[in-house]
Design a protein around this ligand. Structure first.
Ligand SMILES: [Zn+2]
Length: 1015
């Protein structure tokens, strides 16, 4: 037989596009349109509904960037349409390829009830089926003219990401706004032809099935009268029944589809727009659930449920009903889909506490699966946190974006730094926005790496990133692929049902140990420094606020600020969303974040101040109480205690060298600073050991050009290192402090359009060189690093993550190691040879790189560089411009325990309060390897004291933990402060103390039941 395959394929494409799809709506009449442009920010619904309308025609321009227009569309159903299905078609000027990235609308009835969301793939509103002739139609649309920020020419700098700079040029033109007859036969024919046409193209060219489908399609096209598609659609469909009813083969891949709309809590739109995005999508999805009995929809991010609850309660009522029916499924159990690289230990834990508690309180649901499809890499501390929160499964898709190495599994056990294993699934469909296209379905089946031992994978289905969700077309296509030869078998399923099946069928899944590093978006560890500093500062202020408020509550009856702490935690958690903390949002988002963090800091300072005032006693005593929130004794003050200020140590000296440089000495270390302000020696006096490599100065600021091939705020490409400028010229090097207690040198540098001022300080009694760097940054597309070439021979180094640290290699033997050229640290990095090491600690930076070279003297130089600032121009063209302050410290002679201690200390500086009362800690421990992560009152307001500790050095540890208050018992709990089901409770020893034995990096949450002192 002659091969006419391509002829029939081309025929299908043209007939579908030009004749069949347009025939879905064979008759239409225009609707009348009125518009009211809200001045400024969005207005309440009642105000929008009541505002006077001005007539406007289809074809008219509308919509300044970030504006809101209220449209009224009205008309009458023609009498001739009686008995037919009638829909309103509202095209606000959509580009059908950009749902969620441009204008959107929410449709209301005249009484203010939300109907559904409008987006490029959802322009219809069902009016009646069957229609009554003469029926009046009146709908209102709250239309948001959100501008297209990620343009057709992506990554060009744009002023559209900030309201003040976005102008008032109309962004859209109203298109078809009609009342129309919907022909369901034709619509079904479109779905039949699309499913078969797409499947056919994925089948092997020599397969019989492919040709059976081809011939059926040809017969169907023959049956269509192109001048009367509506009259012949049924006949055309009947030609396809045969090929559509052939069941799937026994070995067909099983695809668990779940309706979904990934909604970034802020990104190319501000937080306030997300509130409306969520309302539109959830209105749309609850409506779709009513229409489609097999459909299941899932939504993550408790914060987004709260957005709907507060801002669109009518929509929330529909969500609650659908959740109760088991068809709208809360997933993830986190407050937001956060970044997981940068959030600190407690914050990562609280993402689950607040997410899970919201679902429990609102719906009585606790889900077992963690849902992080789009997060930029996964820290090695996460598995233990997932388990401690009571969850057991993880879904993510993002690792498929890795630039270099292909991840070897789609279903596997992920083992964290402490040994906890979590059953994890990467959907092989390689998208969290599946559209049920045949190409995607076939890719999932082909791509699945666990074939032969597993058969199930997942497909989160629906328009996402900016919302939108699943469409009726996706559901129709899924129904046809339920049991269809040549296709994977598609069913709608809850995430938990998928995970249960996947786990049951896979007895011994492969194991991946350590972080799930994303080989992309590495610059998100540095971009938007103020957002990152706000996060780090807030996390530690929250630690202090809980600690001192709990101490004051237990000791003095001071009122514990439950509501304020709950609210502030949720604010900080919201800003850990995977486009806010990573610095990849528009200027508007980061400007607001900076202001929000300032409010958070002020409020927490007030809480801390009030608690310490309550504890410190007589403010007129003339004494001062020093409070230590760090988890190790400092200056003689125990962790969690307050003590009278003691006289500080002495013994510092500063001398000027003949060459114009300086020598700073505190008896523990001796630091040499040359006339250029570079550190040429950091000498550990007791060990007789130099920290820095010979003739390679430390404290070196280095400037690289940084213009990635795409994703400017997200990415730094490896070639940035090919060009570097060492900032060795100093404007001035001066002594700023020269006392027995401390000595300091200040270095001023100018470079490009920027200035850097660094202060290098040695304090008596502290084996550490403190470096404060203030940068007035006005560069464009540059990367600023702070380098320390260490004289250390090691193949790996430690980097702090949640509840511990992980090791990364210093070499690039394999492509996997080569790809990790920029990585995340929390408060410390640690490098050592047996018996001696160096730590670099920081108060607010996350990105770093480590490289090694072998010198002519055969020694190894291990260079660590902290990433300070970038200046990408998309999506915020002014990223990081302005003044920034960073604190780092180099700690010679440090073991990993010293790195832990100094990392905590630099983030939790001591506080002083006038007073005369010594404050004993609520919790005492006798092993420095075990540190306190949180001390707080229980969230249930019972007054119980909750203490979370963990082993911080990576070894086994035993500690005696003493409660500094009377208690009636103690239980081991999960993160939600519930008694752990499998726990017998800690071992009690004398005087109400307990003995804890911890595995490496093990976290333990204890809950002490209070006993009143008077009883
Ligand atoms: Zn996202």
């Amino acid at each position: 037989m002659h091969d006419d395959r391509s002829l029939v394929e081309s025929r299908l494409k043209r007939v579908l596009e030009e004749r069949v799809i347009p025939a879905i709506y064979p008759e239409s009449v225009p609707l009348r349109i009125g518009i009211w442009v809200a001045p400024g920010e969005p207005v309440p619904v009642a105000e929008g509904l009541a505002a006077p309308r001005t007539p406007i025609e289809a074809g008219a321009q509308w919509g300044a960037p970030w504006g809101t227009s209220w449209l009224t569309v009205s008309g009458t159903v023609p009498t001739a349409w009686a008995g037919k299905t009638v829909e309103a078609l509202i095209d606000l000027g959509f580009d059908k390829n950009m749902p969620g990235f441009q204008c959107e609308g929410l449709v209301y009835r005249p009484d203010g009830t939300p109907v559904k969301g409008l987006n490029p793939r959802n322009q219809w509103v069902r009016i009646a089926a069957p229609a009554v002739g003469g029926e009046e139609v009146l709908l209102h649309v709250e239309a948001a003219s959100n501008p297209v920020v990620l343009d057709y020419h992506p990554f060009l700098p744009t002023p559209l990401g900030e309201k003040e700079t976005s102008g008032d040029e109309p962004q859209y033109r109203l298109q078809r706004i009609d009342l129309a007859v919907f022909d369901e036969d034709v619509w079904n024919l479109v779905q039949d032809l699309e499913v078969l046409g797409e499947l056919m193209l994925e089948l092997p060219e020599d397969s019989g099935r492919r040709y059976e489908i081809l011939r059926a399609i040809e017969r169907s096209l023959d049956a269509i009268d192109l001048q009367d598609v509506n009259g012949t659609a049924a006949a055309a469909r009947s030609q396809l029944l045969g090929v559509l009813s052939v069941p799937a083969t026994a070995s067909a891949h099983r695809l668990s589809a779940v309706g979904h709309a990934h909604i970034d809590s802020a990104w190319l739109w501000p937080l306030r727009e997300t509130v409306r995005k969520v309302a539109r999508t959830t209105a749309n999805m609850t409506a779709l659930l009513d229409d489609e009995p097999d459909f299941v929809y899932t939504m993550s991010q408790a914060a987004q449920y709260e957005f709907v609850k507060v801002h669109r309660p009518e929509v929330y009522d529909r969500v609650k009903k659908a959740v109760a029916a088991g068809r709208f499924v809360p997933t993830g159990g986190m407050w937001v889909e956060s970044d997981t690289n940068m959030p600190g230990s407690e914050a990562m834990a609280r993402q689950f506490v607040h997410g899970k508690r919201f679902f429990l309180d609102e719906f009585g649901i606790e889900n077992d699966e963690v849902w992080l499809p789009d997060t930029f890499g996964f820290a090695g501390g996460l598995p233990q946190i997932i388990k401690a929160a009571g969850s057991k499964w993880l879904l993510t898709q993002k690792i498929s974006w890795s630039q270099i190495n292909k991840f070897p599994h789609h279903t596997f056990l992920w083992e964290g730094i402490d040994g906890t294993r979590i059953f994890t699934h990467f959907p092989p469909i390689d998208t969290y926005n599946c559209s049920m296209h045949g190409r995607e379905i076939a890719h999932a089946a082909r791509n699945f790496k666990d074939k032969g031992v597993a058969r199930h994978s997942m497909a989160p289905t629906g328009w996402g990133d900016g919302g939108g969700g699943t469409t009726r077309e996706m559901i129709a296509k899924a129904a046809r692929m339920r049991d269809l030869e040549g296709s994977a078998k598609v069913v709608w399923e809850k995430p938990a049902d998928f995970f249960a099946k996947a786990e049951a069928e896979y007895a011994n899944p492969p194991v991946w140990v350590g972080e799930l590093y994303l080989e992309l978006h590495r610059a998100t560890l540095t971009s938007q420094a103020k957002t990152k500093q706000g996060n780090r500062r807030s996390e530690h202020l929250l630690h202090e606020a809980e600690l001192w408020a709990a101490t004051a509550a237990v000791r003095t009856g001071h009122a514990y600020p439950y509501e304020a702490l709950d609210r502030i935690w949720k604010t900080v958690l919201l800003h850990q969303f995977h486009d806010i903390l990573p610095g990849s949002s528009i200027a508007w988002v980061h400007r607001e974040a900076e202001a929000t963090y300032a409010v958070v800091a002020a409020e927490l300072d007030t809480i801390i101040d009030a608690a310490q005032r309550a504890l410190a006693g007589d403010p007129a005593s003339g004494d001062v109480i020093v409070f230590n929130a760090a988890p190790h004794t400092r200056g003689g003050v125990a962790p969690g205690a307050g003590s009278r200020a003691s006289v500080g140590s002495a013994g510092c000296s500063l001398s000027t060298r003949d060459d114009g440089g300086f020598v700073l000495d505190n008896g523990l270390i001796r630091v040499t600073v040359d006339q250029r302000g570079l550190v040429t020696s950091v000498y550990d006096i007791a060990a007789g050991r130099e920290s820095l490599a010979p003739r390679q100065p430390g404290n070196l600021l280095q400037l690289h050009p940084d213009f990635p091939n795409m994703w400017d705020a997200w990415d730094v490409d490896k070639f940035y290192r090919n060009t570097v400028t060492d900032l060795t010229d100093a404007d001035e090097v001066t002594i700023t402090l020269d006392t027995d207690e401390a000595v300091a040198v200040r270095v001023d540098r100018s470079f490009g359009s920027s200035k850097a001022v660094q202060t290098l300080t040695l304090t008596a009694g502290a084996k550490r060189l403190d470096i404060e760097t203030e940068v007035d940054w006005h560069e464009t597309e540059k990367f600023l690093k702070l380098a320390f070439p260490l004289d250390i021979h090691t193949e790996r180094y430690a980097s702090e993550t949640q509840f511990g640290h992980l090791y990364r290699p210093t070499h690039t033997n394999t492509s996997w190691e080569h790809a990790k050229f920029e990585a995340c640290n929390h408060r410390f990095l640690h490098f050592d040879e047996p018996g001696w090491g160096v730590a670099l600690v920081n108060d607010s930076t996350y990105g770093h790189d480590v490289t090694r070279t072998v010198r002519e003297d055969h020694g190894t130089t291990t260079t660590v560089r902290a990433s300070l600032l970038r200046a990408p121009r998309f999506p915020d063209p002014e990223t990081d411009q302005g003044t920034h302050r960073f604190r780092h410290a180099l700690v010679p002679g440090a073991g990993v325990g010293d790195a832990v201690r100094e990392g905590c200390a630099i983030n939790l500086p001591e506080r002083r309060m006038p007073g005369d009362t010594e404050v004993a800690p609520l919790v005492g421990m006798d092993n420095d390897a075990v540190i306190v992560s949180a001390v707080k009152l229980a969230d249930d307001k019972s007054g119980d004291v909750v203490v979370r500790v963990y082993e911080a050095r990576g070894g086994r540890a035993e500690t005696r933990l003493t409660a500094g208050f009377p208690h009636a018992g103690v239980a081991i709990c999960d993160l939600l402060e519930r008694r752990a089901a499998d726990s017998e409770g800690p071992e009690l020893v004398a005087d109400g103390a307990i003995r804890l034995k911890l595995r490496p990096f093990e976290l333990v949450t204890l809950r002490f039941t209070r006993r009143s002192t008077g009883a």
